[in-house]
Design a protein around this ligand. Structure first.
Ligand SMILES: [Mg+2]
Length: 276
């Protein structure tokens, strides 16, 4: 691709994203919408081109000196906990999700260490992940405007992170002081998201569909008056429409999706490839 074609293609993608955001704002402000739900990863928080395996290895290197263990062995144990965690979920409760808290506890126990070691690993993973995420500021600006118009905004994530973890990542990566659900006005340093639902905490997921009715019930909202936005064509778009939501698809650019698929295929056994 020539340099001019490359610039044209980047401009085209930026215009495409702007059109999708304008469409989202129109859908939400059409008058009868009460709730906007949003995916988190690769929608509000945009990942760089690193793979999950690379980020977990970096977290293991960071946590290993404090735990007094070999970083390579720690990374291997973490992957084993990941595999057995998701295998257990697929057998015991396929509508549920594995949890990072449980996986870190399993790693610490296998090393003969306790809760403190599990927390060290957990904190290292969050800190490393935060370094590979950036905020989607145009989308956050849409959230601020729709909240100002009286529409509640909540995040709904398929993730092994807890709701507290996701809130910490949102606040840290966006530079917000606090989430919007706390008292106070709509300051620019306040995260324009009222609350977070995580599949790990709720025991239901978007990709199996159970998380949408659960959120509608908790938020006391008719799905016909709710809009969902996210990057995943099935978990975010298809499943939310099946639950009665209006969905707006906000995909990452093609080059990013290709790198993610190739990186994921190279790094993970097939059973561990999960849409997140
Ligand atoms: Mg996503």
């Amino acid at each position: 691709m020539s340099r001019v074609d490359g610039i044209r293609s980047r401009v085209g993608r930026a215009l495409h994203q702007r059109e999708r955001l304008a469409q989202l704002e129109r859908e939400v402000l059409r008058g009868d919408v009460q709730l906007l739900t949003t995916d988190v990863f690769d929608t509000v928080l945009l990942r760089d081109h690193t793979t999950e395996a690379q980020r977990l290895a970096a977290a293991a290197r960071r946590a290993a000196p404090e735990l007094g263990v070999d970083p390579g062995a720690l990374a291997r144990l973490r992957w084993e906990a990941h595999a057995s965690g998701y295998r257990a979920v697929s057998m015991e409760r396929p509508d549920g999700e594995a949890s990072l808290t449980m996986m870190c506890a399993a790693v610490a126990a296998s090393l003969g260490l306790g809760d403190g070691a599990a927390k060290t690993l957990h904190d290292a993973e969050l800190a490393v992940d935060a370094e590979h995420l950036r905020p989607n500021r145009p989308l956050l600006a849409v959230f601020r405007r729709v909240r100002a118009a009286g529409v509640r905004v909540v995040a709904v994530s398929d993730t092994y992170y807890s709701e507290d973890d996701v809130r910490w990542l949102l606040a840290t990566v966006t530079g917000a002081d606090r989430t919007g659900g706390s008292s106070g006005g709509l300051g620019s340093r306040e995260l324009p998201i009222d609350r977070v639902y995580s599949s790990a905490d709720e025991g239901a997921t978007k990709h199996r569909g159970g998380l949408y009715p659960l959120v509608a019930q908790r938020e006391s909202v008719d799905p016909a008056r709710a809009v969902h936005v996210g990057d995943h064509p099935s978990a975010d778009v298809q499943r939310s429409r099946e639950a009665g939501w209006t969905a707006v698809h906000l995909p990452r650019e093609g080059a990013f999706r290709a790198a993610k698929i190739l990186g994921g295929a190279a790094a993970l056994p097939s059973a561990l490839r999960r849409a997140r």
